[in-house]
Write a protein that binds this ligand. Structure first.
Ligand SMILES: Cc1cc2nc3c(=O)[nH]c(=O)nc-3n(C[C@H](O)[C@H](O)[C@H](O)COP(=O)(O)OP(=O)(O)OC[C@H]3O[C@@H](n4cnc5c(N)ncnc54)[C@H](O)[C@@H]3O)c2cc1C
Length: 445
């Protein structure tokens, strides 16, 4: 008999688990409360623009092996556009292109960095010295300190923090250096920035994220999996899930791929009492992100993307060929959550116009800010010990998947993919004898 597996939650973690399990012969039922897959990395139909818009621009990196593997499984890898160059734009519009040279890592970034116009010679010297040390730190030994305090130890001045460290860390970790644990921040440099041209390149989906999951729906259904979309889980334990409608489903294994706050809310009380993983999850907190879709009457952004040096708006992305449609991203957006649409748009426009003065004549036709208050878990010092393992110590509990589990990554599509594959691998190991492996079964991670 093929094992029956319930997957709760159809975000990237749930999709990754479902893809692996159905390909390996398990009978999967995926329950998702929304009427579409994708969770925090998804699209919605915007009636005003008549377009499918992403909740926020999602960026991947060349080092995100598990997410890229998932894209391969979904057959969507060709839809990723890879930007090898990064465009850093200062007030007034001066632009630095950080472009990898044909040198071994970490020297690949050095020639462009040394020519960067937004940093003076002293700033470059201090940043280079810090990067050289970051490369060899054991990041796990720095989990309990903030990256800001590590920058103090590395003699970093205010100017290089504002111009260099803040834009990278705030967008990669969704917290300011003053709040984020040094562990994920060091990781950004060790595994991406300093790891080579391939690892640090930026990948952007050329279609709305929602289109990617249409592939998941057909792939999973064709392999015998089923979906319950628009159905909310209200209670679960190791072998059952009860829906808000009152209906209870049973299975040989349950993978909970809900956000951590929902997993804690809906887990069976007895389970929470016995399974120590839930105590840590109950203490985790969130950090918000704001994405702003902007539609102008003429082109305003001549670059594929822009890192805004010294601005509260960290990134702009060009969303059409001409640069008329722009998406602005503000990570660690706590101070923006209380602002209304008008104030948000004025602040973003100010950041944009200061760096792209030629856009001054353009008329903004439509703006669509999207606030995500629970965008990611907050990687503050101490967070790593709160992250749960995929399987419980006793092996009795449900399997957990989600970017918040122990993935060795911050809250990212990479972390979510890793967690989904890991949960599928645990299930497959538990039912090794019951599964007739198809010859095409992908290697388990
Ligand atoms: C604004 C924003 C920008 C981001 N930018 C990036 C980026 O640039 N690069 C990057 O790598 N990552 C980025 N992330 C993070 C990335 O989106 C997440 O790490 C990833 O999508 C998490 O996937 P998940 O499957 O772990 O969780 P989720 O996506 O939260 O999936 C959980 C699923 O469970 C469903 N659910 C909830 N309650 C129930 C219930 N009761 N019953 C059934 N289903 C339920 C939810 O609808 C959801 O589909 C960003 C996130 C946000 C919000």
């Amino acid at each position: 008999m093929k094992p029956r597996v319930l997957i709760l939650g159809g975000g990237i973690a749930g999709i990754a688990a479902a893809m692996k399990l159905t390909a390996s012969g398990a009978r999967v039922t995926l329950i998702e409360s929304r009427d579409r897959l994708g969770g925090r990395a998804s699209s919605f139909f915007d009636a005003k623009s008549g377009l499918w818009l992403d909740n926020c621009q999602h960026v991947t990196l060349g080092c995100c092996d598990s997410y890229l593997h998932l894209c391969d499984l979904l057959g969507v890898s060709h839809l990723i556009r890879w930007d090898d160059e990064q465009y850093w734009v200062e007030e007034g519009g001066r632009t630095t292109i950080l472009k990898p040279a044909n040198l071994p890592a970490p020297l690949h970034g050095l020639p462009a960095f040394l020519k960067a116009k937004f940093l003076d010679i002293g700033e470059k010297a201090r940043i280079s010295a810090a990067l050289a040390q970051l490369r060899f730190l054991n990041r796990f030994e720095h989990e309990a300190q903030t990256f800001g305090s590590l920058l103090d130890d590395l003699n970093q001045h205010e100017s290089e923090r504002t111009k260099f460290w803040d834009p990278i860390i705030i967008s990669a970790c969704n917290l300011t250096p003053e709040r984020v644990s040094a562990l994920p921040a060091i990781q950004v440099f060790q595994q991406a920035f300093l790891a080579g041209a391939r690892a640090s390149r930026i990948g952007i989906m050329t279609v709305p994220l929602g289109q990617i999951y249409e592939r998941a729906t057909s792939a999973i259904t064709e392999s015998g999996g089923t979906f319950l979309l628009g159905e909310s889980v209200s209670h679960f334990n190791s072998h059952t899930a009860t829906l808000a409608s009152g209906h209870t489903l049973e299975a040989d294994a349950v993978i909970c791929a809900l956000p951590f706050e929902k997993a804690v809310l809906f887990a069976d009380d007895g389970l929470k009492h016995l399974d120590e993983r839930f105590a840590g999850m109950a203490r985790m907190t969130h950090s918000p992100i704001l994405g702003v879709h902007l539609f102008f009457d003429r082109p305003v952004l001549p670059l594929p993307h822009a890192v805004l040096v010294g601005a509260e708006t960290q990134w702009l992305f060009r969303k059409d060929a001409s640069g008329r449609v722009v998406h602005a991203v503000i990570s660690a957006a706590d101070d923006w959550m209380g602002l209304d649409q008008e104030d948000i748009v004025q602040k973003v426009l100010r950041d944009l116009l200061l760096r792209f003065p030629r856009a001054a004549d353009a008329q903004l036709e439509l703006a669509r800010p999207v606030k995500e208050r629970r965008a990611t878990f907050a990687c503050i010092p101490g967070f790593e010990s709160l992250r749960p393992t995929t399987a419980s110590e006793s092996g009795q509990g449900p399997f957990l998947a989600g970017d918040y589990t122990q993935t060795d990554w911050p809250a990212t599509m990479e972390g979510a993919s890793r967690s989904g594959f890991a949960a599928a691998a645990h299930v497959l190991r538990s039912f090794r004898n019951q599964i007739a492996f198809a010859p095409s079964t992908p290697e388990l991670v």
